[in-house]
Design a protein around this ligand. Sequence first.
Ligand SMILES: Nc1ncnc2c1ncn2[C@@H]1O[C@H](COP(=O)(O)OP(=O)(O)OP(=O)(O)O)[C@@H](O)[C@H]1O
Ligand SMILES: [Mg+2]
Length: 466
Amino acid sequence: MEGSLLSEVFPGLNESEQNQWLRAAIMSIHDGVLIIDEEGIVRLVNPEYTRITGVSPEEIIGKELRSVRPKAQLRETLNDGLTRVGIYRKEGEVEYVVDMAPILLNNEIIGAVSICKGLTEVHKLSMELKKNKEKISQLKQQMNSLYEAKYTFEQIIGAKGGLQETVRLGSKAAVSDLPVLISGESGTGKELFAQAIHNASCRSDRPFVPVNCAAIPASLIESELFGYEEGTFTSAKKGGKMGLFEVAHEGTIFLDEIGELSYELQAKLLRVLEEKKVRRVGSTREKRINVRVIAATNRDLHQLIEKNHFREDLFYRLNVLNLYLKPLRERREDIPEIIHSILEKSSYNNLFRYELDDFAAEILQEHDWVGNVRELKNAMDYAICMTEDRLIKARHLPESIYKESFAGHNIRSLKETTEAAERDKIISTLNQFGDDVEDKKKVAEILGISLATLYNKMKKHRINYK
Ligand SMILES: Nc1ncnc2c1ncn2[C@@H]1O[C@H](COP(=O)(O)OP(=O)(O)OP(=O)(O)O)[C@@H](O)[C@H]1O
Ligand SMILES: [Mg+2]
């Protein structure tokens, strides 16, 4: 180090004091230090060097290095000017690892320095490194299981029924890596599809990170999505916090209920999607991220765009591929299979099976299911809980569903009542007037119908007068 620089570092010290200071610093380094001059003569060793190698300063200082340490390689560094790192050395019983570098002054080699660590320390460090590596891989595993997508396309009920086309499109979307927007009413299986797409994509062994844009308070959502730097808020964690976009790196982020995201955050999200970089709140640094985006909504985004509640540019960014999930009432053919799968899951074995009687099945088939598959699942769970003998009857269904259908059933029984009344009236009139042809003509006249209609009705009601 040059005099001028040294005096900047040590103002107020004269040159000899500065040299003493530097020497003391080298002597205090917790690695072994050995310095040779351009002739290969050892000029300095520190106490740690002596501790590691067992060679005292008196034995080595002022001597040609190789005369004391025959296998030393520092001489080569002096000759070729190359740095050598992590060289294993063994002299007698002592093992250590050495880093070597030339000492340069004005581009000229004026000596060389070797820094050594005893192998016990290296061993300790490598054990620590190994432990840390294990810890990191454990944490990675935990993180992956925390952010794991469960569902696959094979598990989607209706894949061969009412959702056939949607599953076909979804499987195509999975191999493309393009953004997908999934729309559909609540409970139609949007998250299920998002998971299935992730699992069928090349990102399947990386995290699937669901974010419910409606459930995170507006004040937190930015830092949740993008993370924050240490000291950004009073409650900020030490070391800052990773955002969900960073967590999803190389995987998929599922932005659920995207229609609920504030207009301001929509702009930030758009920027992240376009630039593929995130910046933590309170940071100036940007970090590259590689994330596949799947968004979902049960809102009509076109309507939100018209009302200026949703950014059109973001919509086009997210809606590269679109999957629309039909409500359950428009694919009633899937209802029996969904019911069957729930009954199967709830039955422990063949001796302990849940079943559904015909009337209950009919009610479930006819119900409007505004809450779609989720509502059907809940209704079944409720009924399974309510049944006493594992046969689910209409009265075990949630009251709202049961009553609604019962009202429907009354209308049918009104029809039955009318039919019964008609039958009774025909029989009583026939009883009154007799049943030969002339009598029947009279009966038909009184009942206000033609003779042919009377015969038809008698046949229909199985009235056995000849
Ligand atoms: N086709 C299906 N096959 C099997 N299970 C389904 C199907 N569709 C939906 N489900 C089940 O219904 C429930 C609701 O599904 P999901 O959470 O994916 O709906 P969603 O559309 O995301 O609803 P929301 O808009 O309310 O968030 C889940 O338990 C899911 O497993
Ligand atoms: Mg959902």
